[in-house]
Design a protein. Structure first.
Length: 368
């Protein structure tokens, strides 16, 4: 509708932070700083009532002086009856999804030799099978796999020792091999899900902060980052059982800072610094179309062939058709209750609802 979808409910009491919303089994999960502590929080998806809060660690973030953005930036990961959450300082906690009771916790710095990047740890843990996988970074091994029920260390990637940045790991099967793909400021890498061995690695130098999550399609891995770096596509090939990465293209068609990109069909969609909202051909890297005037920088999510774009400054929501034919806006509305901080949490769409987190406030809209 012209004035946006109907507001189903509003919740408050989430505290400060930039964590997004996870939806599972009629519950919602997020993180926030309140009362001098960092928490992982569960809400009832029906009405936004807070069901429980579990203490994670200290509030704030180890941000660069003059560039402070206090609060957690990890969106919790839900896997069965467990929730995994990470604060900006590297405190990783596993709690019961039903009541928030702590099951175990580990420290990226004390247990695995990691150190927070300039703006704090930001990834969402990856739950895969019986393990949860995260990126503490550092010389002891940048990636670790833990038993998801106990937190016991299963492996640490001793041959992959990049410092942590801000991207989240994704799981993929490429050329028949189960692996974990991660992007850092130094490389793009595929790590064996079985034992943490490096399967393939491609040098790629980022700048300042490398944030967007990679995209995998078939045996191709796409990455992008901001600060003038741009995007790359790598093709992963197999020869005599050994995997290697061949660069297909590297260009500045998509210079995505941290709003993320999505692949729909043969196209990548997202905001490119200097170009505006951009549709890019995934295979060739070429610009399909770009729109600089009608929509400002922000994040993007996709549902049912539609792009849900959230402007980071105004909080305005813009609905676009995911179409290679051109910029096709289907509606927009200004988010009420705007905080002073940037509207950085990505839109979450689940069960016919749109969830917008803005610091202490969570808004739920009915999309049906």
């Amino acid at each position: 509708p012209a004035d946006g979808p109907k507001l189903a409910w509003k919740a408050t009491g989430l505290g400060k932070g930039y964590a997004g919303i996870s939806s599972a089994a009629n519950h919602l999960y997020t993180m926030g700083d309140k009362d001098g502590t960092g928490f992982v929080i569960a809400l009832d998806a029906a009405d936004g009532k807070i069901l429980w809060s579990a203490k994670v660690g200290q509030p704030g973030a180890p941000d660069a002086p003059g560039w402070s953005y206090p609060g957690p930036r990890c969106t919790p990961t839900v896997n069965g009856d467990l929730v995994f959450a990470l604060d900006a300082w590297g405190e990783l906690i596993c709690v019961s999804a039903a009541d928030g009771k702590e099951q175990w916790r580990r420290s990226f710095t004390r247990d695995f030799g990691g150190k927070p990047p300039t703006w704090g740890f930001s990834e969402s843990p990856l739950a895969d099978g019986d393990q949860v996988v995260v990126t503490p970074g550092g010389k002891s091994g940048a990636m670790v796999a833990l038993d998801k029920k106990t937190g016991r260390l299963l492996w640490q990637s001793k041959d992959f020792t990049d410092d942590a940045h801000y991207s989240s790991i994704i799981a993929a099967e490429i050329n028949g091999v189960r692996q974990y793909i991660q992007l850092t400021a130094a490389s793009v890498v595929g790590i064996s899900a079985k034992d943490g061995v490096v399967l393939w690695k491609a040098a790629r130098r980022g700048n300042v902060a490398v944030i967007p999550t990679p995209i995998v399609a078939g045996n191709e891995v796409y990455v992008t980052s901001g600060y003038g770096v741009g995007c790359n596509l790598f093709r992963i090939t197999s020869s005599a059982g050994t995997l290697s990465a061949e660069q297909v293209y590297a260009n500045k068609t998509m210079v995505n800072h941290h709003g993320g990109v999505v692949k729909v069909g043969d196209c990548i969609y997202g905001y490119s610094d200097g170009k505006g909202f951009t549709c890019q051909n995934f295979k060739t890297g070429e610009v399909v179309w770009a729109e600089k005037e009608k929509i400002n920088k922000g994040s993007v999510s996709c549902a049912d062939g539609m792009l849900y774009c959230r402007e980071e400054d105004t909080g305005t929501m813009v609905l676009l058709a995911a179409s290679s034919a051109g910029y096709a806006e289907k509606g927009r509305f200004k988010q009420p209750e705007r905080a002073q901080e940037k509207a950085w949490p990505h839109p979450t769409i689940a069960n016919g609802k749109l969830y917008l987190r803005d610091q202490d406030v969570l808004l739920c809209y009915d999309l049906r």
